[in-house]
Design a protein around this ligand. Sequence first.
Ligand code: GLU
Length: 285
Amino acid sequence: MSQIAPVMRGYRGRLAPSPTGFLHLGHARTFWTAYQRALAANGTLVLRDEDLDSQRSKPEYACAMVEDLRWLGIRWQEGPDIGGLYAPYQQSRRRDLYVEAWRHLVEAQLVYPCSCSRKDLARSAQAPHEEDDEPVYPGTCRPAEKITLPASPIGLNWRFRVPDGEEIVFHDGHFGRRSYMAGRDFGDFLIWRRDDLPSYQLAVVVDDAAMRITEVVRGADLLRSTARQILLYRALGLDPPAWYHCPLMRDETGRRLAKRHDALSLRRLREKGVWPEEVISMFES
Ligand code: GLU
């Protein structure tokens, strides 16, 4: 009998960068891991441009991320055809899906309108990366009564009501068993913003489900958000994917790599004559 490597049937992974700056080594390592896991499973990889934050997203960064990913050798297999290349799916074009999910959550009385601070608002379209995660919401605007269903989310902030005291447990492919308590480790979180944008949390769940993603590979700074997202999957009647969070890359002072580390962006490294193979060997050593 021939030795055939076990194939995970129908594996679907995704790369989900936000076009708010150039990709750096930290992104590259996570995306390389996502690519390798999809390859090993003989699966499909999808590229999604998380461009909801119209203030910070720039088309030139979206173009750069496609170019940088390809330079590194990463390939994905789906999306609109642009001359032999697959263009990324763009969140900014998927509003109808997010509105439908909002409506479902309002009908189920799982979300409520809230007048929260500007600071919270500014953050919610972005994924909360570790040190910029929001404080637990004290529940000031939580209604005691049922709310009536408005025709659209426009003009209000909307928060998801978390089940206080419930432990959310999941298995992570890298970190093992993780557990977070709703109401203690995170509070009622925004799913829609007054300026008419779905939050990162809502959009990412709607899209991962719609794109039939079977495993989410991303940075460890989003572990806590996974617990929030599991609640959204349940509320929307959707099956969550498997999770694989990658350890974060840090600079010499211990800070998570971010857009401020321009010298470690793939762009700059490439300009300095670094080869993609050299970048990849850094991850594999
Ligand atoms: N777009 C998010 C970011 O770049 C990541 C979202 C995710 O992987 O869930 O921070």
